[in-house]
Design a protein around this ligand. Structure first.
Ligand SMILES: [Zn+2]
Length: 253
């Protein structure tokens, strides 16, 4: 079900156990070869495939394309919500649907920079409603749900998501190849490593890359992109099936 296509009495009439999904992504630079809307295009496709498989059992809000992307602002075209404003927007969307009686609220995320504010928003809303024990508030980043896409597509070189990398470039080649610019073979590989792990280090994207991408887009193909979409969609569907079958109160379902 798409929130944008329904009227308010229809929403009022839904079971309040219906999971509500808020897709959140970004509009930010993705190197010389991918469009600024990459994260939103990719998550939109995963949500489209997911909603086809779940039919009327889940309510999908429209994708929020403005994300937390201040770390990319050295690169032209990036649009970023101020981080504290973004946190309040995410919390506010949860509060809206809690006010409407819904209990199962799930952010499905397609941009790394949204993770910290997303988790903080869950934390704050949960504490604000601390007397409630019937709320399920979740934040899930689609590539962090356990997928091991290289097991079905052994040609994949990367083992984790990077930025405008083999994985993202492959998915854009599958979804919108006309938006991939230039000769991928002329790009360079940009390593993802951090010498201060396991400490978390504050960073800007310019600290890590000159062209804007991180990872190796040279080996991207549309076939790999289809395998990635398939694996990630399976994970999002499986998560939402768990949300649907949750009994409404258990901490350990
Ligand atoms: Zn991206």
């Amino acid at each position: 079900m798409q929130l944008t296509n329904l009227n308010w009495p229809a929403i009022q009439g839904l079971s309040k156990e219906t999971p509500v999904v808020f897709p959140v992504a970004a509009l930010e630079q993705h190197g010389h070869h991918l469009p600024l809307f990459t994260d939103s295009l990719l998550l939109g496709e995963i949500i489209r495939r997911t909603s086809e498989r779940l039919g009327g059992r889940v309510l999908f809000a429209p994708l929020l394309w403005l994300g937390n992307s201040d770390h990319h602002l050295d690169f032209h075209g990036t649009l970023s919500a101020p981080p504290r404003a973004y946190l309040d927007v995410l919390a506010g969307m949860m509060e809206n649907f809690i006010q409407h009686g819904f209990r199962r609220l799930v952010f499905v995320n397609g941009h790394g920079g949204n993770e910290v504010p997303g988790r903080q928003a869950l934390f704050e809303v949960r504490q604000r409603h601390r007397e409630r024990h019937d709320l399920l508030l979740l934040f899930a980043t689609y590539w962090q749900l356990g997928a091991r896409p290289w097991e079905t597509e052994p040609d994949l070189q990367q083992r984790q998501m990077a930025h405008a990398c083999e994985w993202e470039t492959s998915m854009i080649l599958r979804l919108a190849p006309q938006l991939v610019v230039g000769d991928l073979g002329k790009l360079e590989a940009v390593p993802t490593g951090s010498v201060f792990e396991p400490a978390a280090r504050g960073w800007t994207t310019r600290d890590r890359t000159v062209p804007g991408h991180i990872g190796d887009p040279r080996t991207a193909t549309a076939e790999k992109g289809e395998a990635l979409f398939h694996a990630f969609t399976n994970d999002v569907v499986a998560l939402l099936e768990r949300v649907i079958s949750w009994d409404g109160k258990a901490w350990n379902p």
